[in-house]
Design a protein. Structure first.
Length: 81
């Protein structure tokens, strides 16, 4: 798809290092990327983060590990969520 967009837009194509870009190869802003994620996964980035934590815990990951992975300052924060 990126190859087709490069051919279509020629010199105006911005070859971004990011995976999700506009058809012209430009980076999405934070609002737009949230909208893309919501459209694809029907979840907000926060929702994906929550799902990730639940999946880790359901697969047997230690609560302390999940807490550290999420960047929580205490295990209590992770446990309360």
């Amino acid at each position: 798809m990126a190859r087709n967009n490069k051919e279509t837009h020629g010199e105006k194509y911005d070859d971004s290092p990011f995976f999700i870009t506009t058809p012209k190869g430009k980076d999405f802003g934070p609002y737009a990327i949230n909208k893309v994620i919501d459209t694809v996964h029907h979840k907000t980035p926060y929702g994906l983060r929550h799902t990730h934590a639940i999946m880790l815990l359901e697969s047997g990951a230690d609560l302390k590990y999940v807490s550290e992975r999420l960047g929580h300052t205490t295990v209590k924060i992770t446990a309360d969520v």
